[in-house]
Write a protein of this length. Structure first.
Length: 264
């Protein structure tokens, strides 16, 4: 995807300079263009694929429909890991199927309802968590959060307070998490976001002062526990601060407690 900001070098989360970014990207492309990497990525040796079923169907749409009927969140289709989620409004999905499925789980109960009793993602103001994938503009992924007009976004050069969708558009995966379901007081959340933006505003460090650590700190300070912080995403496992298929990290926590919301 193309970048949507004017400050291209600063949009790369973990590369401090454009030169560093180009060098890392060159290495990354060399790895991903290697035939052995591609074979490993599509094989059962990739931890993300170990327990997935191989889908046999004429086209991917049919494969997804068949998998959804069996409550499978992901399938292997022609060697590629495919999500079975539908890209339509939750109310439309509920009307058609009687439930809303994310990651192979019925998450209907997590979605608030409006005054008419219909599923409505904005019936309650959500915490928005953005996960920029490993295969996006960053080489190790990125995590940020927003509640109303407050933003916690630890970037390589600053604490960014721009709205998340304005910054990342379709480069990110978005999750809605609802305070009422976690027992979080809105005012307390806002205070902790303000505090973290001050405490984490120092020099960026991949291990001790990174994007995921800032998001993790907010949730920890309002009483929510997340097992090991770090953004996660489909792909071969990359070490700290996350990106793993073993149930650790901010994105995996969001999958268990929130609602994956498609950018459109």
């Amino acid at each position: 995807m193309t970048n949507t900001t004017d400050e291209y070098p600063h949009s790369v989360v973990y590369a401090g300079t454009a030169q560093q970014y180009k060098r890392l990207k060159k290495i990354w492309h060399a790895i991903t263009n290697n035939g052995l990497y591609r074979r490993l990525r599509a094989s059962r040796l990739n931890p993300y694929h170990t327990f997935l079923s191989r889908a046999e169907a004429e086209d991917v749409k049919t494969a997804k429909e068949l998998a959804r009927a069996k409550n499978r969140g992901y399938i292997l289709y022609k060697g590629t890991r495919i999500s079975t989620e539908l890209h339509c409004p939750v109310a439309e999905e509920f009307e058609k199927y009687g439930n809303v499925i994310r990651g192979g789980q019925d998450i209907t109960a997590r979605i608030p309802r409006n005054r008419d009793g219909k599923l409505d993602l904005m019936a309650e103001e959500p915490i928005v968590v953005a996960i920029v994938p490993v295969e996006g503009p960053s080489l190790v992924g990125h995590a940020a959060m927003q509640y109303k007009n407050r933003v916690v976004n630890r970037r390589s050069s600053m604490m960014d307070d721009e709205p998340l969708f304005k910054t990342y558009s379709r480069e990110a995966d978005y999750y809605f998490v609802y305070l009422s379901q976690l027992g979080i007081d809105p005012k307390r959340l806002e205070r902790e976001m303000d505090k973290v933006n001050i405490r984490k505003s120092g020099k960026y460090n991949l291990f001790t002062n990174n994007c995921a650590g800032a998001v993790y700190s907010v949730f920890k300070n309002v009483g929510v526990r997340i097992n090991l912080f770090g953004p996660d995403r489909l792909g071969l496992t990359i070490a700290t601060p996350g990106n793993n298929p073993f149930g650790f990290g901010i994105e995996n926590w969001c999958r268990r407690h929130g609602v994956h919301v498609h950018a459109k």
